[in-house]
Design a protein. Structure first.
Length: 405
């Protein structure tokens, strides 16, 4: 949908497009090919693209100017995100840029800011989020990981579960319970930065239903963490985590990936046939597609409202983020169901992304692999209404804040 009217914003859009047109193929020559569509990105790709964007101030444009931001307006940020997505550019590392970054520049010590923010801005470091545990998902307050103060260190023991990107992250921001010698265990949670290479950290892969390794369990066994890695005050970690959860909803909602998914389904309906007719000529498919396009248009406007709304620790609680998360994640699941229906028997096999060099050039084989990847994507979409807070929990928040129930 075209939300850009102001001449300055139009100019900005053209500038972004031109930058992408020139820079993306220089860094990734295979962009636009089926190989690109089917490949899985690695750290090197994300690092290279983040640095390229940073050269224009577009890696962390919404951060404070002191730490690399450019005071970007909500509309221009929206334009930037739209253009990057439309060009299928590599996704930046949101867990670092949008989750822990804002906590560090808002609540971190000067030393923490100097040490971590520049490395996040240029994707030198990748972070993972260590909140969930076996008994603490929706209700994080149930978590059991402890950080016991011993001199100038904490000794951390616990077991984190479902941790995205833990297998390649350099650092984890974790919620823990601090124990001080001679005092009762803190009731509140504390926010601690843990080096993933520290002794006592072990990462065990969990393969998800699509056959890929997105998430892991992380065992913390007597891990020594310097006292200076505590963010803010002990026992106040939930205040900092809440800021992350608000950002997390918007990122996980994934309005732009929904748009990409919908375009992919439209292509599928164009190419696949039922008898001699294309599926796109079938009223049932056309109606479903049109309905989803209308809903997505509305969600794009909602996302713009979310980007406009005040953020930060003093921002009033809002229902916009939870509504965006529930509606977009549920829509993404429906789009993936439409794709599976369109694939028919072709959707019976799911296969994770093959390595780039193994991809066949034969169009029939490529089409088969693409179908397998769509099915794998459909299966992984089941997690969209769980990760970052389940739909049931988001509805509770909407009921409490929005309806006063
Ligand atoms: C793909 C994926 C990636 C993830 N990545 C991370 C990560 O990087 N870091 C991290 O810390 N965590 C991560 N998680 C964990 C995620 O945050 C939790 O799975 C989620 O918060 C739900 O918690 P749970 O799995 O313990 O389910 P539970 O909280 O046990 O919920 C089970 C069911 O009960 C329902 N329920 C629970 N409480 C209520 C209530 N009050 N009212 C109504 N219904 C309720 C839920 O909706 C759900 O259907 C990830 C999860 C997934 C699937």
């Amino acid at each position: 949908m075209d939300l850009v009217h102001d001449p300055g914003d139009v100019q900005f859009q053209l500038e972004v497009r031109e930058f992408i047109r020139k820079t993306l193929p220089e860094l990734f020559p295979e962009i636009g090919t089926p190989q690109w569509e089917l490949r899985s990105l690695d750290r090197t790709d994300v690092h290279a693209w983040t640095r390229a964007l940073d050269s224009r101030g577009w890696a962390v444009p919404h951060w404070p100017v002191e730490w690399g931001g450019i005071g970007i307006s909500a509309v221009r940020r929206y334009i930037l995100l739209e253009e990057l997505s439309a060009a299928s550019s590599p996704s930046l590392d949101s867990i670092s840029i949008d989750f822990v970054g804002p906590v560090l520049y808002t609540f971190g010590t000067p030393q923490q800011k100097r040490r971590y923010l520049p490395r996040i801005r240029t994707a030198e470091d990748f972070w993972c989020q260590g909140f969930s545990e076996a008994s603490a998902g929706s209700d994080v307050m149930q978590l059991r990981t402890t950080a016991t103060r011993q001199g100038d260190h904490f000794v951390v023991n616990g077991h984190k579960l479902w941790i995205t990107n833990a297998h390649f992250a350099d650092m984890m921001f974790a919620l823990v319970r601090v124990e001080m010698p001679g005092q009762r265990r803190q009731q509140g949670l504390s926010f601690l930065l843990i080096d993933m290479r520290a002794k006592g950290v072990s990462v065990r892969p969990i393969l998800t239903i699509d056959g890929l390794h997105h998430i892991s369990e992380v065992v913390l066994d007597g891990v020594r963490v310097p006292g200076e890695n505590l963010v803010g005050e002990p026992g106040k970690g939930w205040i900092y985590a809440r800021m992350i959860l608000a950002n997390e909803r918007n990122v996980i909602a994934g309005v732009r990936s929904a748009r990409r998914q919908l375009e992919q389904v439209r292509d599928l309906l164009q190419t696949r046939r039922e008898g001699s007719a294309r599926l796109l000529e079938n009223d049932g498919y056309r109606n479903r597609l049109a309905q989803m396009e209308i809903e997505l248009d509305a969600l794009e406007v909602l996302e713009l409202r979310v980007l406009h709304a005040p953020s930060g620790p003093d921002a009033p609680p809002s229902v916009l983020g939870p509504i965006l998360k529930v509606r977009t994640c549920e829509l993404r699941q429906r789009i993936s169901e439409l794709a599976i229906d369109a694939l028919g028997d072709g959707g019976l096999e799911a296969q994770p992304y093959p390595e780039l060099e193994q991809l066949p050039t034969d169009p029939v084989e490529l089409a088969h692999l693409r179908a397998c990847a769509i099915t794998a994507g459909y299966l992984f979409q089941r997690s969209a209404t769980i990760a970052g807070g389940t739909s049931e929990v988001q509805r509770n928040i909407i009921a409490a804040i929005g309806l006063g129930l």
